[in-house]
Design a protein. Structure first.
Length: 135
């Protein structure tokens, strides 16, 4: 069962980092907000640093993963950059929640760290969205 939990953690670390990178790119190149860009970059770095505490977790089985071909209608289309930000912010928030819960099974002390980052993402999502509205 431990390898299954590690696989969940591994996939969600990757998901969180990817979503943060997308948000960072919008903050940097669209909103051109240095502070938000720095905050997102630091969060991405923090998630990677926390990931290192799960020594050696590389459990992903990308090619045989039962979810690798699933692609919902909402994933197929984005109408605006706001849609991109919201979709990726939600992806990050959900991944961080999963990390918060499943890390408690292996490294309980990390749960609070993932929760803290998640709440910062809630705030940055709103700030980026508001900045995009002003453009």
């Amino acid at each position: 069962m431990k390898s299954k939990v590690e696989r969940i953690i591994d996939a969600n670390i990757n998901r969180a980092v990817e979503g943060l990178r997308v948000m960072e790119e919008v903050a940097r190149f669209v909103v051109e907000a240095k502070k938000m860009t720095e905050q997102l970059k630091k969060m991405r770095s923090r998630v990677r640093k926390l990931a290192k505490q799960f020594a050696g977790i590389k459990q992903r089985k990308a090619l045989t993963d039962v979810g690798n071909k699933l692609y919902t209608k909402s994933e197929k289309k984005r109408k605006t950059i706001k849609d991109v930000v919201v979709a990726n912010a939600k992806r990050v928030q959900e991944a961080l929640r999963v990390l918060e819960e499943f890390s408690k099974l292996i490294k309980p002390s990390l749960g609070k760290s993932f929760k803290t980052i998640r709440f910062k993402v809630y705030d940055l999502e709103q700030k980026i969205y508001q900045a995009l509205t002003a453009i």
